[in-house]
Design a protein around this ligand. Structure first.
Ligand code: SAM
Length: 256
């Protein structure tokens, strides 16, 4: 099979059917070089795509409609872990930012369902989620429409940097960027891409927040891997605003 045929086969699986082409190609390139047979290329690419995109999402989210935000937040691994801490987390991250804010949530998963928590702290919010899993984008947009929320989810890969920047520039200032538990996903597909992304978007925004898990999402064990490379990079290039851990997640906020 040629490359296009292999990719077409890979995305026959429903969970990958709505991923941007760019993301699937990046995953595929990892296994296209080393002389694997077709079946292996398909299998290994799908395994990688699963780790980067769909592993966090319960299939129930994708099939059941009209569930409450609480139900949905608890069906995604990342938001489930954060659920009991939302008010405290947003309270800290928004400190000093005033009453108006544009939130741009990169690799949002279903975090748009936590809209009511940030609305409690900042009265005038405009929210935009960028996410590769098309199914999650539709889910959030249905919710925003139904609840008449000033929010929008956009189906876009974070690897499409120029489009990401254009979308950020269209929002009103001041702006805050969330990159919650997404850096590992980006690094798995393209090493050092998170640094490039952060450097390019930082001049456009008031504040960036990155987060990562400090406990394994499944076994509740402390993760041993040190994220020194990203911490050093942030310390060298940015002004750190806050750094704290809550509910097995470490949050670091910074600006230029
Ligand atoms: C671990 S989840 C975190 C979700 C959310 N940020 C949170 O913490 O609640 C990672 C999310 O990033 C998305 N993602 C990974 N790589 C992406 C990319 N290149 N572009 C857009 N979204 C991406 C995945 O689909 C997934 O929803």
């Amino acid at each position: 099979m040629n490359k296009q045929e292999l990719i077409n086969k890979i995305i026959l699986k429903k969970e990958f059917s709505q991923l941007p082409k760019k993301d699937v190609e990046l995953a595929f390139e990892h296994f296209n070089k080393r002389g694997y047979v077709d079946e292996e290329e398909i299998k290994f690419t799908r395994n990688l795509l699963r780790k980067v995109f769909s592993a966090f999402t319960s299939q129930k989210i994708l099939s059941l409609k009209n569930k409450s935000p609480k139900w949905i937040l608890k069906k995604h691994l990342s938001t489930r872990e954060r659920f009991n801490f939302y008010e405290e987390v947003y309270g800290r991250l928004f400190k000093g930012l005033g009453k108006k804010l544009s939130i741009i949530d990169l690799g949002a998963g279903i975090n748009g369902f936590s809209y009511k928590y940030f609305k409690k702290i900042i009265p005038h919010i405009s929210y935009i989620a960028l996410e590769s899993m098309g199914q999650l984008v539709s889910l959030m947009n249905n919710y925003f429409e139904k609840e008449k929320i000033n929010g929008k989810a956009v189906h876009l890969s974070l690897f499409e940097l120029e489009n990401v920047k254009k979308l950020i520039e269209k929002t009103k200032e001041p702006r805050i960027i969330f990159l919650f538990k997404t850096i590992d996903s980006l690094e798995r597909l393209k090493r050092d891409y998170s640094k490039k992304l952060i450097l390019e978007i930082a001049p456009l925004v008031e504040r960036i927040v990155i987060s990562f898990a400090t406990e394994s999402m499944i076994k509740r064990k402390k993760i041993k891997v040190k994220r020194n490379w990203i911490i050093n990079f942030l310390e060298e290039n940015f002004n750190l605003i806050d750094d704290f851990e809550l509910g097995g997640e470490r949050y670091i906020s910074f600006n230029k």
